[in-house]
Ligand binder design. Structure first.
Ligand code: HT9
Ligand code: FE2
Length: 394
């Protein structure tokens, strides 16, 4: 399927390397105690039309874990791992950490790095794929945070490209899926395995406008909403995840040939009458053929085992599998796997050079879609009124 895609104009959206002063690790943020849960959920859903019943329901997921999301500690661990890798390479790039929805907020991090004398900032986002929620929203919120911190014009903020098909993201996912399939074999459930790649559902309308939409100079459509022949729905968001999932299965084919797999969605919210990407993982598990002996679930859409993984997969999906007496193995996300951490710094070195004129690292990608664009066109992932963003090209 990836072979028939029109080429992405990403090569036209690479930007020259620069010398940066520091890295900003941009996270989602999560609550760190029972008292944080409601204020946090209000932050996340502000102006987003998520019904109160859904908030109430999601608050229980957090309350079940003492009101603490694992995501902040995971990002502290990632920050430390990045610092260690940077030191190992002899680079001079301190790493700051800030979040969209909980302290330390983006504005706090920007003020801190500015006070420390840094001006050129390279942002690393904790999302591998292109969508409003996974790319544009981070860029908008960083532009807003610049305003809030009174630093617009003071700081230069660039962002590392989405890295779904970079080896640093792909290889740990290949290893994890392989380990999951081997675990089924060890449990005597390996006869007819099935693999599900799970990612966050988003509104279908948002998926259709995910990624860039303009045409190449020769008129070839670069990306689309619905309707193109190659397009199975879900815009670039779903296309990127299908491409990575297919690649992972391909890489396992020597040891596990012809294993059926699918891309499934989780954590839907919002108005039930509005279409979101489907199938939901629970319905997909219920619909599996009766002769499937074991299920591997790979949360390919996420980079750490945060609440959406801990609750929606390890509680809900597992229960659905147990109801039909199906053995399910949920394999880990990339987390702080050394290959992922080192891959992120490789991505940094595509953009950062120690001295002007130095040659940056080559851009690497493992699917026919990438290497993804360094800068996003102004309408990239835009499905609502435009707000100011960082890191876009006109
Ligand atoms: C694409 C995507 C990612 C992946 C990209 C990325 O990683 O950024 C992601 C990540 C995450 N989403 C998270 C949490 C939540 N997302 C919500 C709501 C929503 N997410 C959406 C999409 C995504 N979300 C959407 C379209 C909504 C509907 C409201 C809206 O249009 O904005 C809500 C509100 C309640 C609910 O409806 O569930 C919560 C609490 C956490 C933190 C987990 C933790 O605490 O450990 C993480 C990493
Ligand atoms: Fe979310």
């Amino acid at each position: 399927m990836t072979e028939t895609l029109p080429p992405l104009a990403a090569a036209q959206r690479t930007v020259p390397a620069k010398t940066y002063d520091c890295i900003l690790l941009a996270g989602f943020g999560g609550p760190e105690g029972q008292d944080d849960v409601i204020p946090y959920l209000r932050n996340v859903t502000r102006g987003r039309g998520v019904p109160d019943e859904r908030l109430e329901e999601v608050s229980h997921h957090y309350r079940h874990f003492g009101g603490v999301s694992p995501i902040n500690q995971q990002n502290r661990d990632l920050q430390a791992a990045l610092e260690a890798e940077i030191a190992k390479r002899g680079l001079d790039l301190p790493v700051y950490w800030g979040n969209r929805f909980w302290a330390p907020y983006f504005a706090d991090a920007l003020k801190a790095l500015h006070e420390d004398g840094h001006r050129r900032v390279l942002v690393l986002v904790t999302t591998a794929f292109s969508s409003y929620s996974g790319c544009r929203a981070y860029r908008e919120d960083l532009a807003t945070a610049l305003e809030e911190a009174g630093l617009t014009g003071e700081l230069e903020l660039d962002k590392v490209r989405q890295y779904f098909d970079h080896p640093g993201f792909v290889e740990p996912n290949v290893d994890a899926a392989r380990a999951g399939l081997r675990s089924l074999v060890e449990q005597g459930k390996g006869e007819r395995p099935y693999v599900m790649f799970a990612t966050h559902s988003i509104p279908s309308a948002a998926a259709d406008v995910s990624g860039p939409r303009e045409t190449l100079p020769d008129g070839t459509p670069v990306a689309t909403g619905g309707g193109e022949e190659w397009h199975q729905g879900g815009g670039w968001y779903a296309e990127q995840q299908r491409a990575v999932s297919a690649l992972i299965m391909d890489r396992l084919a020597d040891e596990f040939p012809d294993v059926p797999w699918s891309l499934v969605y989780q954590s839907r919210s919002g108005d039930p009458s509005v279409p979101w990407l489907e199938p939901d993982i629970n319905l997909a598990i219920e619909a599996l053929p009766a002769d499937v002996t074991g299920l591997v679930v790979s949360p390919v859409g996420f980079v750490s085992d945060h609440m959406e993984v801990a609750w929606d997969l390890d509680n809900e999906a597992l229960e659905t599998a147990q109801e039909r007496a199906l053995t399910m193995v949920r394999v880990p996300t990339v987390g702080i796997d050394p290959a992922f951490v080192s891959g992120l710094i490789d991505l940094v070195e595509e953009r950062h050079v120690a001295a002007e004129g130095d040659q940056p690292r080559d851009r690497v990608a493992l699917t026919g879609l990438g290497p993804w664009q360094d800068v996003c066109p102004t309408d990239c992932c835009l499905g609502r009124a435009a707000k100011p963003t960082i890191a876009s090209a006109g």
